[in-house]
Design a protein around this ligand. Structure first.
Ligand SMILES: NC(=O)c1ccc[n+]([C@@H]2O[C@H](COP(=O)([O-])OP(=O)(O)OC[C@H]3O[C@@H](n4cnc5c(N)ncnc54)[C@H](OP(=O)(O)O)[C@@H]3O)[C@@H](O)[C@H]2O)c1
Length: 331
């Protein structure tokens, strides 16, 4: 009734037609964004007795993922950089999932030292790991913002951190017999290119926020190379774009972008919906044995940008990162 009276009072001109078309377009995008080809209700994977590690577990997609894993009986390690935020998330997940199998671990993924001590702590507690989800990420930090260890903070958090953590946990993943690694990347990888010098704040020119795109492309490249190295070990690794999801991810971007994000929040996914592609890679049985692939937010295997398809590029990026993280000395 209200809509009818509103429509009858509208002055029918080009601007009102444009407005309605815009609204219809928005609604279509909302339905498309939120529809999901994979039905989680039809996935009966039980995680009782399994250990899952999720980075960036205190907010957004990571928190929603943890809740579902806990609901399925997994022992979930919430790897967070802020103890207070982590504890708050743990209490919420506990209440929502009724799980007493949650454990909080502290790690700053932009710090090699922090990752090393977290991995040491974790391996003492959990000799076998069945699922590692490299979810933590940041964007909107200007390139060449360096960590105390001399790494660019965006590349360190989004790529070098997951690289080192995964490698340090490799033994525990292999010990589990069958395990999965899920790297949360982004469709923004299409705007990226690979230059190892970027890791230390140098390298080729980068436009605004392109460091985010490049770091997510590196994560896909790492996925492909790791998959080659993990052949016949029972451990698979894939990467995924979760879709456009209303979370805290934009918090470091200028207010104009955050305002637009807020404005469009109605049309995009919420964290629970954004968690679906990540959960698909973590749980779906049809993915047994599938490794080294990049999935889009509709859970379809997609080719990433050219550099991440080139094994030579992936190999030399791996070697440069191994050297930077001193992994070649511990591997
Ligand atoms: N939202 C989207 O539209 C979208 C699209 C494509 C890809 N993604 C990817 O999805 C992943 C999850 O992001 P989100 O959207 O859920 O955003 P979010 O709510 O901001 O979550 C990011 C998480 O990463 C953690 N984190 C950031 N820097 C860290 C560090 N140095 N050490 C440890 N943890 C750190 C954050 O911890 P604090 O709370 O302590 O900062 C937070 O828990 C990210 O990798 C992001 O790039 C998101």
């Amino acid at each position: 009734m209200l809509l009818c009276s509103l429509l009858s009072t509208l002055a029918w001109g080009p601007s009102s037609v444009f407005l309605i078309l815009l609204l219809l377009l928005g609604l279509t995008v909302r339905i498309w964004q939120r529809s999901h080809p994979w039905d989680i209700q039809q996935c009966f994977t039980d995680l009782t007795g399994k250990t899952a590690v999720v980075t960036g577990a205190n907010s957004g997609i990571g928190k929603a993922v943890c809740q579902e894993l806990a609901r399925r009986g997994a022992r979930v390690i919430l790897a967070c950089r802020n103890r207070e935020h982590g504890q708050r998330a743990l209490a919420e997940i506990q209440a929502a999932s009724n799980s007493n199998q949650l454990l909080l671990g502290e790690v700053d993924l932009s710090s090699l030292v922090s990752i090393q001590s977290f991995a040491q702590w974790l391996l003492q507690k959990e000799p076998e790991i069945h699922l590692l989800i490299n979810n933590a990420g940041i964007c909107g930090i200007p390139h060449n913002t360096l960590t105390p260890e001399g790494l660019d903070v965006t590349f360190a958090t989004n790529y070098v951190g997951p690289f080192l953590l995964t490698n340090l946990l490799r033994g525990a993943l292999q010990k589990a017999g069958s395990a999965r690694v899920v790297n949360v990347s982004s469709s923004q990888q299409v705007h990226g290119y690979i230059d190892g010098e970027h890791l230390t704040g140098a390298g080729g020119p980068l436009t605004f926020n392109q460091n985010y795109c490049c770091s997510k492309l590196m994560l896909i490249s790492f996925t492909a190379e790791l998959a080659r190295r993990l052949q016949r070990t029972g451990v698979t690794v894939n990467s995924v774009h979760p879709g456009i999801v209303y979370t805290n991810i934009m918090r470091n971007l200028p207010w104009k972008y955050r305002f637009l994000f807020l404005l469009f929040s109605f049309f995009i996914k919420d964290p629970k919906q954004g968690a679906m592609p990540v959960l698909y890679l973590s749980l779906a049985q049809e993915l047994d044995g599938i490794s080294g692939k990049y999935f889009n937010s509709s859970c379809v295997i997609t080719l990433p940008t050219k550099p991440a398809q080139d094994p030579q590029v992936s190999k030399s990026l791996w070697n440069a990162t191994a050297q930077l993280t001193n992994l070649d000395k511990t591997d």
